[in-house]
Write a protein that binds this ligand. Structure first.
Ligand code: FES
Length: 115
């Protein structure tokens, strides 16, 4: 395992589905921060109308990935360009630094996140 930072705002897995907002509020090619009631958060991305969620955290120096740029299904951290697949959380820059991904569905225009 490589040395990397720990995400203190990573949602705990509960098998719980939460409605987090309207799909139209996140345009294609953009990300958004979703803050959960317990203070944890995820980065939500719209990739051509398909929504994906991963930890809102770059394991390199903790930068929030929701604020970083999206290239197709790849988010590139704004600080030092580490790259992640928003569908799976896989880190392309350093394999041991992959992050968690979360299931997202859209039902009648509402985004549903399962943590
Ligand atoms: S903090 Fe993300 S690449 Fe350095």
């Amino acid at each position: 395992m490589g040395k990397h930072r720990v995400n203190k705002k990573k949602p705990k897995r509960k098998g719980e589905t939460i409605t987090v907002g309207k799909a139209e509020s996140v345009p294609p090619g953009r990300g958004a921060t979703v803050k959960l009631k317990d203070g944890t958060e995820v980065a939500l991305f719209n990739v051509g109308g398909h929504f994906h969620a991963v930890e809102n955290f770059c394991p390199h120096k903790s930068y929030p990935l929701a604020d970083s740029r999206l290239y197709g299904h790849i988010v590139e951290c704004d600080l030092h360009s580490w790259r992640f697949d928003v569908r799976t959380g896989e880190c392309f820059t350093k394999k041991s630094c992959s992050i968690e991904s979360y299931e997202v569905a859209v039902e009648e225009g509402w985004i549903k996140l399962t943590v």
